[in-house]
Ligand binder design. Structure first.
Ligand code: FEO
Length: 176
């Protein structure tokens, strides 16, 4: 396996990805509470993606003969001032996660751990997409401004996002 430091850092990243899933699921729950079903659907898809990220690292640690150690997941926020505030937080959270991935990559380079560097490359590219996707919604919501028609259009568009993991019985979006 990896050094203890690398294994510990990968376990910490599993926790960060699980927290991200929890945060986005909390954002989905907020959107359900204000009847923005498309936004809720987008956040549920995002939460699923985060679970997939966590599982990729989980499998990698095991594949390398390491030991996955799960930690407590911090409670996420549960209410926001506006749909824009939710997506602004999602965007800044993704920027934070990019920093975590970069730190992991720096550690892998420092330790001469080539396999982990190659493994992390997928996450480096994924973070570019993750940031672009959240920041794209922030821009659309800013353009929509105070207009309820604009918000309705954005909500409808976000409801079209494919789910990474199909859910039995479909999702809230099917009723949009
Ligand atoms: Fe797993 Fe959204 O970063």
């Amino acid at each position: 396996m990896k050094s203890n430091k690398m294994e510990d850092a990968l376990n910490a990243q599993i926790n960060a990805e699980m927290y991200s899933a929890y945060l986005y699921l909390s954002m989905a729950a907020y959107f359900e509470s204000v009847d923005l079903n498309g936004c809720a659907h987008w956040m549920k898809a995002q939460a699923q993606e985060e679970m997939i990220h966590a599982m990729k690292i989980y499998d990698y640690v095991n594949e390398c003969g390491g030991r996955v150690m799960l930690r407590a997941i911090e409670a996420p926020a549960s209410s926001w001032d506006s749909p824009l505030a939710v997506f602004e937080q999602a965007y800044s959270h993704e920027q934070y996660v990019t920093g975590l991935i970069n730190n992991l990559m720096n550690l892998a380079i420092e330790e001469g751990d080539h396999a982990t560097q190659i493994f992390l490359q997928w996450f480096v590219s994924e973070q570019v997409e993750e940031e672009a996707s959240a920041s794209g919604v922030v821009k659309r919501l800013r353009l929509a401004g105070e207009s309820s028609g604009g918000l309705f259009m954005v909500d409808r568009e976000l409801g079209q996002r494919p789910l990474p993991i199909p859910m039995p019985g479909g999702t809230a979006v099917s009723s949009v």
